[in-house]
Design a protein around this ligand. Sequence first.
Ligand code: IPE
Ligand code: MG
Length: 232
Amino acid sequence: MDGNGRWAIQRNKYRTSGHKAGVESVRKTIHEASKQSIDFLTLFAFSSENWSRPKKEVTMLMDLFTRALKKEVPELHQNGVKLNFIGDMSRFSSNMIKRMENVASLTKDNTKMVLTIAINYGGRWDIVQATNKMFQAIESGKIEKEQVNEKSFEQFLSMFNLPHPDLMIRTGGEKRVSNFLLWQLAYTELYFTKTLWPDFNEESLQEAIQEYIHRERRFGKTSKQIEDSVKC
Ligand code: IPE
Ligand code: MG
């Protein structure tokens, strides 16, 4: 979700008002995704690198996140959304961690959609923490060194129980991944739009999905192989 700051500057406002407006886009996107029967939605709310922003902005973002969580959870829960948080939690206050744990536990049995919020998340961090967990599993005899492969490694990553994303949408015009789900994006379709996040709405999501359904996903195979497998 990129472009909040620019959206605000264009309107002669403080960057923080862009973040506030961005919350509305989050609501619209979750609602539309659910309407489109999307089973898994992951939002990159705050990256490990975002800590290096001015302290005031970081504090405001954390505050906004806490308030949005409090305000939106009852409705999300009612709509069958299961919330999941990924990222390095060690930098958050115990209060905030407790709040996220409570939300995850409250919504754990919901089945309409899984909404994952990546907060203080970084793809490199994820791979390193997974590697450390794997070492521990080897040391304690839970897995054998010889059993290490892509599949067994994956169970230590933050999104271990969720499928890899089909589509990644980045708003704000930048064409990069910025340390998002590095491992899981290997075969994800990438969609970049100049739309700034606060302007992203139901139609913007529909446009992205429309483009996605016209992409041919080959996973290394040839076009002909894909066509033949569709025919069968
Ligand atoms: C993304 O918008 C929101 C967060 C990082 C939380 P930005 O704040 O990066 O907006 P720009 O890129 O400065 O416009
Ligand atoms: Mg940005």
